[in-house]
Design a binder for this molecule. Structure first.
Ligand SMILES: Nc1nc2c(ncn2[C@@H]2O[C@H](COP(=O)(O)OP(=O)(O)OP(=O)(O)O)[C@@H](O)[C@H]2O)c(=O)[nH]1
Ligand SMILES: [Zn+2]
Length: 198
């Protein structure tokens, strides 16, 4: 299967996490048996499985599942793909947008598949830099294009709610390969992702 949607949760994993989260609530000074918290360990167990479902999904298969032969070689840009991920250091969310482009070389892929690939890698414990290069590698390895570009802008709750507590900083990461290593192509991409076209 190309990707597994979480509709049924793994019972053993849910049970194991539930017990641990119950203990966590207790350690944090809460009463896990009070009414409002009774179902919280189970909800959290399911939420965490949803947020990490990317481990069971295969980005290459997703791109392959809608790969079409086309002889065009103009840049394809999908911008403003929203993403939600979890930083692997604090397991707190980081969220923002991905902008992705590739230059076909015989094949194109379904546009939605590009956005699905973002989710496959975002729904794991991540650092923003690795998320960026994993998306690039999957497109490069599956479509054999002339070039790939990935830019991600994100805000990290671990820098906002705690720690350094900076509310407005935005982290931008990028990865460029092939044609996008040329300044001219890269600048066309940058123009397209910053343009207000609609
Ligand atoms: N490079 C990178 N760093 C990240 C990302 N997400 C979180 N971090 C950083 O990971 C670092 C972990 O540093 P540590 O000093 O071990 O953790 P800490 O004591 O909680 O650090 P502070 O957040 O500065 O309080 C912090 O600087 C975070 O800002 C990411 O996606 N990429
Ligand atoms: Zn963090």
């Amino acid at each position: 299967m190309a990707y597994k949607k979480i509709e049924q949760y793994d019972e053993a994993v849910t049970e194991g996490l539930k017990e641990n989260y119950k203990e966590c609530l207790h350690m944090l000074g809460e009463d896990p048996d009070r009414e409002g918290l009774l179902k919280t360990p189970e909800r959290l167990a399911k939420a965490m499985q949803f947020l990490t479902q990317g481990y069971e999904q295969d980005a290459h298969q997703i791109l392959e599942s809608a790969k079409f032969r086309e002889s065009i070689s103009e840049m394809v840009v999908v911008k403003d793909i929203e993403l939600y991920s979890l930083c692997e250091h604090h397991i707190l969310p980081f969220f923002g947008k991905a902008h992705i482009a590739y230059i076909p070389n015989g094949y194109i892929t379904g546009l939605s598949k590009i956005a699905r690939v973002v989710d496959v890698y975002a729904r794991r414990l991540q650092v923003q830099e690795r998320l960026t290069t994993q998306i690039l590698d999957a497109i490069k390895e599956t479509l054999n294009p002339l070039g790939v570009a990935v830019v991600i802008e994100a805000q990290h709750l671990c820098m906002m709610m705690r720690g350094v507590q900076k509310q407005n900083s935005v982290t931008t990461t990028s990865a460029f390969w092939g044609e996008f290593e040329r300044a001219e192509t890269r600048s066309e991409f940058t123009k397209l992702i910053t343009a207000d076209l609609i």
